[in-house]
Design a protein around this ligand. Structure first.
Ligand SMILES: Cc1cc2nc3c(=O)[nH]c(=O)nc-3n(C[C@H](O)[C@H](O)[C@H](O)COP(=O)(O)OP(=O)(O)OC[C@H]3O[C@@H](n4cnc5c(N)ncnc54)[C@H](O)[C@@H]3O)c2cc1C
Length: 441
């Protein structure tokens, strides 16, 4: 029953139980909440979106391989049977630790315990011109924007008689040679190889060029040098022009300026070169480390606070072994969410936190085009088809919800047998923030 709770201007059920407010229904937030089901606490979940998203497959939505609803799950459906949970779609604007309140676009809420699980956002490292003229790949809207942008440019190229203009419209630049950049470049290259000539007979396959620009000397720098070399070899075979040791300095919507003095004419640039913590305002400057992440102790308590916690990408557990905090990965977020839920239950019962966090590395993987991947788990290393099979299995099992698993599984099976993407639709047009140089058709 909904009562106006005196400890909030957001309508919430009144309760005598301790209130745990969770900001963010990403990997960290949902795993934390799942473990608190039926426990003697009131969980209030706030997220600006009404869905949880599976970010590792965003690139497949971007290249029209999957529909968005295969990789997002409605939050209310995920937690339908949780009696001690209240979800409010709300954007948190500010935390006020002194008064134990959170201010959102729908009012304020007070907390006994606060869990900040707001993840990360694209880091353009102060390159404002690039930010205004490019797209990131961080959420489902970015993926849909990229999809529209690729198709819009190809439509424009198909009706452009001027060859220079056609070239710029069929040049695609991806910045960042981490898993997101490598996966996106590989998928775009497969699109070019299998679909371009069918859908766009006006565009010769050779005209479409995909550039992958990376500032350091190898792709997938978080993996072994063997995995980096394999990724480079496969992408080159797919005709992706990989530029290593090259930084992007600027992009005005047409010209990509590179640190080596060269430039590329391209009407599309996707930035996957970095992320930073996405904490709401209100926490003091001293609570942050480099990369805008909240510094936490090994119970995930934000330094200086007994009842504020940060988990997942937004948290940096700095220690001798992890001087920059743990890597921003789904497994770190999941494991921190699970452990904090256990510790919090213990704290509610006994007033103490029991278990310190220790990350169990379950390995890294990245797919490179169709039926090819690299995978490293412990000392075992695979590349090629078997790694791709492993990658597919792990990702299929990790997606939330049976329906989504089924949809993605069927889609992949069909694509394995035949390269066909059914979703080449421009549902809404994309325009970069700075629309000055945008060429519509
Ligand atoms: C393209 C891409 C590919 C990736 N591939 C892999 C991979 O293959 N393997 C891997 O391990 N990791 C991968 N990652 C990283 C992984 O997705 C993240 O580490 C993980 O999502 C972090 O989980 P989180 O819960 O901390 O944050 P998120 O999952 O980002 O969730 C944050 C949540 O907070 C909400 N939120 C943010 N700010 C506010 C606010 N002010 N008010 C209300 N709600 C808010 C957001 O809406 C979101 O629901 C990838 C990431 C990207 C972008």
């Amino acid at each position: 029953m909904l009562n106006q709770c005196p400890h909030s201007t957001v309508c919430l059920p009144a309760t005598e139980l301790p209130r745990v407010v969770v900001i963010g229904a990403g990997f960290a937030g949902i795993h934390f909440i799942k473990k608190l089901r039926g426990q003697p606490v009131q969980v209030v979940l706030l997220d600006k979106n009404n869905f949880h998203q599976f970010q590792p497959l965003l690139y497949q939505v971007a290249i029209a391989g999957l529909e968005p609803d295969s990789i997002v799950s409605p939050i209310r459906k995920l937690f339908q049977d949780y009696e001690n949970l209240v979800y409010r779609m709300a954007e948190v604007e500010r935390i006020e630790p002194e008064t134990h309140r959170i201010f959102t676009n729908i009012g304020w809420v007070s907390y006994d315990y606060l869990v900040i699980a707001t993840g990360s956002t694209t880091n353009f490292y102060g390159l404002h011109q690039v930010e205004e003229n490019s797209a990131g790949l961080k959420d489902i809207r970015d993926a849909l924007d990229i999809r529209s942008w690729v198709l819009q440019n190809l439509e424009a190229a198909a009706i452009t008689c001027d060859q220079q203009g056609k070239d710029a419209l069929t040049n695609f630049v991806i910045v960042g040679g981490g898993p997101a950049g490598v996966e996106l470049a590989g998928a775009l290259a497969e699109f070019k190889r299998y679909l371009l000539h069918k859908d766009y007979p006006e565009i010769a396959t050779d005209w479409m060029k995909i550039y992958l620009v990376e500032a350091v000397d190898r792709l997938l720098p978080m993996m072994s040098s063997g995995a980096s070399a394999h990724a480079l070899k496969v992408l080159k075979k797919l005709s992706v022009e990989v530029q290593l040791n090259t930084a992007v300095k600027g992009y005005d919507g047409t010209t990509v300026t590179l640190g080596n003095g060269e430039d590329i004419q391209a009407k599309m640039l996707v930035w996957t070169a970095g992320v930073k913590g996405d904490a709401p305002k209100g926490m003091p400057e001293g609570a942050f480390v480099k990369g805008n992440r909240l510094k936490v102790d090994n119970y995930n308590r934000v330094v200086g606070y007994a009842n504020i916690f940060a988990i997942g990408d937004v948290a940096a557990m700095v220690s001798e072994e992890t001087p920059k905090g743990h890597p921003m990965l789904a497994q770190v977020a999941i494991q921190q969410g699970n452990l904090l839920a256990e510790n919090l239950q213990q704290h509610v019962r006994t007033g103490v936190f029991e278990k310190t966090f220790s990350y169990r590395d379950k390995g890294s993987m990245a797919t490179i085009g169709k039926r090819n991947a690299v995978a490293e788990i412990g000392k075992s290393r695979w590349k090629g088809w078997f790694a791709w099979l492993l990658w597919s299995t792990v990702h299929l099992f990790s997606i939330a919800g049976f329906r989504n698993k089924l949809m993605v599984g069927i889609n992949w099976m069909l694509r394995y047998l035949k390269y066909e993407k059914a979703n080449r639709l421009i549902i809404r047009k994309f325009k970069p923030i700075s629309n000055k140089s945008f060429q519509s058709f």
